[in-house]
Design a protein around this ligand. Structure first.
Ligand code: NAP
Ligand code: G4F
Length: 336
């Protein structure tokens, strides 16, 4: 049985990847940092099947200890301060975790388990102010945020360890991928959750920033499969993972509101607080290499993704109401 270590396992991608690797028969070692409140909500489907270990990308000794104790065959480095907007407010912290954190882990791998295969979660944010459309593996980087800058550092650190020490280390340059498990601060989930909140009478407006930025959005459940495939090849290489389609925030809003028979123009207000000091205006990926060499294909299309997220946020509220109603029934009836 192969052992996989996942950092960032409490996040969106970590939870899908843990489930996928368990289904494939892996032992999953799940690295989490200490938190005052539980952060395992996304892991409810697999919490009893993973081995939780405490560690932090800021703490070198914790990384060395985990690798020495568990000797993983594969390491998926998904941990990061991943919210671009926050990286403008916490640039040093973002650099520490999202940038330097990668080289801390690479160095620990080199010293403790040099034969292990290493995956780095690189990002289309590295293309930033894009030099060509669509973006592929050899498109030059031009990051537009402290987050993008930190990801470029982590990306080149991964390439450098592969070239310097002959380690199996590769980067997936993943374009935006979303799901019902996406954090509420990201624009897609903010919209899907607001649509459900409006339907249930919990809010009457949705404040957003730039509606004209365009993203190549896919489904996280599809993208984590590409991560695993990258570590099963004869040779470590970097791959773009994307749908090869781009859509604006405005288009996302249109479909999300249409799903419940509403028009976004009646609810969305523009709030300058959600604009960024520098914007990434257009992302569109060319995933030809991943399709041809990994045999990877996305299964969920853009409309399917938007509708999945809205439906999930509606269902979540429905479930909550049913639980509350059940709780207010007399004992015997509630139990039935
Ligand atoms: P996410 O939901 O924000 O999850 C980030 C994870 O990193 C969480 O588990 C978080 O733990 C953990 N983390 C943060 N700081 C840490 C530290 N100092 N030490 C250890 N763990 C730490 O992100 P995601 O969307 O799943 O993305 C996964 C990775 O892919 C990230 O590296 C992200 O930058 C990258 N990426 C994402 C996308 C996308 O569209 N989703 C696209 C390209 C690349 P807590 O629960 O404790 O906060
Ligand atoms: O959903 P976002 O915050 O995602 P962003 O900045 O594209 O970053 C995500 O994808 C990257 C891959 O390219 C990952 F590396 C990164 O970790 C993260 O997962 O914003 C998307 C767009 C931006 O152009 C933003 O300006 O939506 C625009 N936007 C407009 N109004 C908003 C809002 N973004 C957020 N978060 N909140 C708004 O109210």
């Amino acid at each position: 049985m192969k052992t996989a270590l996942i950092t960032g396992v409490t996040g969106q991608d970590g939870s899908y990847l843990a489930e996928h690797l368990l289904d494939l028969g892996y032992k999953v070692v799940a690295m989490m940092r200490r938190s005052a409140t539980p952060s395992t909500e996304r892991l409810s489907n697999c919490l009893d099947r993973i081995e939780i270990v405490n560690g932090d990308l800021i703490d070198q000794s914790s990384l060395m200890r985990i690798l020495a104790e568990h000797k993983p065959d594969e390491i998926y480095n998904l941990a990061a301060q991943s919210f671009v907007h926050s990286s403008f407010h916490e640039p040093i912290h973002t650099g520490e975790v999202t940038g330097l954190g990668v080289i801390r882990l690479l160095e620990a791998v080199r010293l403790v388990v040099p034969e292990a295969r290493f995956y780095q979660a690189s990002s289309s944010e590295m293309f930033g102010k894009v030099h060509e459309v669509p973006q592929k593996e050899d498109t030059p980087f031009h990051p537009r945020s402290p987050y993008g800058v930190a990801k470029v550092y982590g990306h080149w650190a991964t390439v450098n360890y592969r070239e310097s020490y002959d380690m199996y280390a590769c980067s997936g340059i993943l374009f935006n991928h979303e799901s019902p498990r996406r954090g509420l601060e990201f624009v897609t989930r903010k919209i899907s959750d607001a649509v459900a909140g409006i339907v249930f009478g919990e809010q009457d407006k949705l404040a957003l920033g730039n509606l004209d930025a365009k993203r190549d959005w896919g489904f996280a459940g599809d993208y984590i499969k590409a991560m695993h495939l990258m570590l099963q090849q004869d040779e470590a290489k970097d791959y773009v993972v994307a749908t090869n389609e781009t859509h604006s925030i405005r288009e996302f809003c249109t479909i999300a509101f249409e799903r419940v028979g509403l028009e976004y123009e009646d609810f969305v207000v523009i709030d300058p607080r959600f604009y960024r000091p520098a914007e990434v205006e257009l992302l569109l990926g060319d995933a030809t290499k991943a399709r041809e060499e990994l045999g990877w294909e996305p299964e969920v299309d853009f409309r399917g993704l938007v509708e999945m997220m809205v439906d999930s946020d509606l269902q979540r509220r429905l479930d909550r109401r049913l639980t509350v109603q059940k709780g207010s029934l007399p004992g015997a009836m509630a139990a039935s």
